[in-house]
Design a protein around this ligand. Structure first.
Ligand code: SF4
Length: 254
């Protein structure tokens, strides 16, 4: 199969997955315990590298005691708790205002993010900036941006449950430090993992979820919008609603 066709098919499947998640496959789905996935996950074959154990001093096991994002970053940025850590170029902690009312969550770093060490750069990052601009939020001033996993999954595949299980506590700690009032989840992986559900993107969009006293909205991932520009209208409706809720319930309130 030629490379272009393979890329098109992969992107089309990824878009279907972005929208419908497990629903398209529901009759075939078998629940596998996380431990079993960890044992059998094919990801470990991608890297073909010897697993190197870090000296204890490089990773601070007391990271749960971090009181600032800067401190947390320093304590965990040598993490290699899952196989993604072995293959990354750069650990991608997060970016933005550490005191922001709004947290934007994506799924994981792509190639550009892995090279730069910052979430949402490249074309998808530019589109995210444009989306935020359109509702009068700036990346540096008004939001903090982080991902479900901090290291790049190979070939931009979704992070495996075992990888999410290892990495998700770091995001929880970031949320504890930032204390956002609202969260915007970009794409199905971010939404399903944060909200701990298996709903499709289609079903989650256009409404707010209550999560630990934080309002959560779900919309398309910018990378999916680049492939399917006709979804931009739906994203625009979502973020307009998000901004409206912010103006009416968060802005100017202590
Ligand atoms: S993805 Fe998360 S858990 Fe895995 S190595 Fe990177 S930082 Fe550690």
């Amino acid at each position: 199969m030629n490379t272009d066709l393979k890329k098109l098919i992969t992107e089309a499947l990824s878009d279907q997955s972005s929208l419908f998640g497990d629903e398209l496959l529901t009759p075939l789905k078998v629940d596998i315990p996380v431990e079993k996935v960890a044992e059998s996950a094919p990801v470990f074959n991608f890297f073909n590298k010897e697993k190197t154990k870090l000296p204890e001093s490089e990773f601070n096991e007391n990271w749960t005691s971090a009181s600032s994002l800067e401190q947390l970053d320093k304590m965990i940025n040598s993490c290699k708790k899952c196989a993604l850590g072995e293959a990354r170029n750069k650990f991608v902690f997060g970016v933005g205002n550490p005191k922001a009312d709004i947290l934007v969550i994506g799924e994981g770093p792509g190639a550009d993010e892995d090279a730069k060490g910052e979430p949402f750069v490249g074309r998808a990052g530019k589109l995210l900036d444009d989306i935020l601009d359109a509702i009068d939020f700036s990346r540096k001033k008004d939001v903090y941006i982080a991902n479900i996993v901090k290291c790049r999954p190979p070939n931009n595949r979704n992070p495996l449950p075992a990888e999410v299980k290892e990495c998700f506590p770091y995001l929880m700690k970031q949320i504890e430090i930032i204390q956002p009032k609202m969260i915007l989840c970009l794409g199905l992986v971010a939404a399903n993992n944060l909200l701990e559900n298996k709903m499709s993107l289609t079903k989650m969009r256009g409404q707010f979820f209550d999560w630990n006293n934080i309002k959560v909205m779900v919309t398309y991932h910018p990378a999916a919008l680049l492939r399917n520009p006709n979804w931009k209208r739906g994203c625009w409706e979502d973020v307009k609603l998000f901004r409206k809720y912010y103006d009416e319930n968060v802005a100017g309130k202590v």
